[in-house]
Unconditional design. Structure first.
Length: 346
């Protein structure tokens, strides 16, 4: 894993002040504090991504944006499921497995792309580009998944095989692309990297993607408050994942994480060593997530009143689904690339 650069004492306060000043953007998405009861999601549509599929996200107007190799495609209009190529990412070195992730910033004017290690699988770079003209830069940064905190700071999960995984925060205003400001804020995740997301209170959620040194195991998802994860940005020690945080739920492999428009936690992946914890994507009831945060204990993943399990491809008993939300259209997408299954409430 590439070395991480900490904020110096002279600049940390100013940068953290900028971070807090822009954290207000976290409360702007159309995400209810916590809706009562699980949503009644119904499968309403299926469509295919361009080519063989790839990671995608949604723009603020509801259109889907995806990256296939180094080429960027955007939906012609919200809900058309038709895509036009808008250009190629300059200087892209994308893994043969495709990009690791694409995430649209909260303001909607730019997006980030993880290159998945490039052709060599060792050249990990994260690109930040304008939606309007694809102008941007690549930063050296290890990654598995990413999520914007604000329009400047991008949280990344990362790790190396055989070593505990970490969470870092990339300052996309860094003057150096080869050695950007990218401090580790959470370390000692005793296994593989997983997804990452934030709720509207700036709580950070991430998990163990595959059991390693433990003691956490595959699918353990923990939450860390802003008061916790801001400390490393002020020069404090990274948070030890195994010793800290609140266990929210043990579910699948937490390889994709997010929230729907009503504040329910979305979890994807699969624990193929766990027997039955595969072949579905999960919607975790928002009030039960809140209950876990308040000390009520983790959500019971076997309780259908607390976790809704979606398996739109019943003919395949071993799907490894991703799941994400389109808040603008109030849709949830269960993904087995290139196929996307669209769920909505009636």
């Amino acid at each position: 894993m590439k070395s991480q650069v900490r904020y110096g004492n002279c600049t940390s306060v100013a940068i953290v002040a900028a971070l807090f000043a822009s954290l207000a953007s976290l409360v702007l998405p159309a995400q209810a504090v916590h809706a009562a009861g699980l949503p009644n999601y119904q499968l309403v549509e299926t469509f295919s991504l361009p080519g063989n599929g790839g990671p995608f996200d949604t723009l603020n107007d509801g259109r889907i944006i995806t990256v296939i190799g180094s080429q960027v495609f955007i939906e012609t209009a919200p809900g058309t499921r038709a895509f036009n190529s808008v250009g190629t990412l300059a200087g892209a070195d994308i893994s043969s497995f495709g990009a690791a992730f694409i995430r649209v910033s909260r303001a909607g004017d730019k997006f980030s792309v993880g290159n998945g290690g490039g052709a060599s699988f060792t050249n990990f770079e994260v690109g930040v580009f304008r939606v309007s003209n694809l102008a941007g830069n690549w930063f050296d940064a290890n990654h598995f998944d990413g999520e914007w905190i604000t329009s400047r700071f991008l949280a990344l999960t990362a790790g190396a095989i055989g070593s505990p995984s970490v969470v870092t925060i990339l300052d996309t205003n860094s003057s150096s692309q080869s050695s950007p400001v990218n401090p580790t804020i959470i370390n000692n995740i005793g296994g593989a990297s997983a997804g990452i997301t934030f709720d509207l209170f700036a709580n950070l959620y991430t998990g163990n993607g595959f059991t390693g040194s433990g003691p956490s195991d595959t699918g353990d998802i923990k939450a860390f408050s802003a008061a916790q994860w801001i400390v490393p940005l002020l020069g404090g020690a990274p948070i030890d994942f195994e010793a800290n945080g609140t266990l929210v739920v043990d579910l699948l492999s937490a390889s994709s994480l997010g929230f729907d428009a009503k504040g329910n936690l979305l979890v994807g992946g699969g624990d193929f060593l766990g027997g039955t914890d595969i072949d579905f994507a999960a919607v975790v009831n928002g009030p039960d997530v809140l209950g876990a945060l308040l000390g009520g204990g983790p959500v019971d993943s076997s309780d259908p009143n607390e976790v809704l399990k979606l398996d739109p491809d019943v003919g395949n008993p071993a799907n490894f689904y991703a799941i994400q939300s389109n808040p603008r259209r109030r849709e949830v997408y269960v993904v087995s690339s290139p196929t996307v299954f669209v769920f909505r409430e009636p």
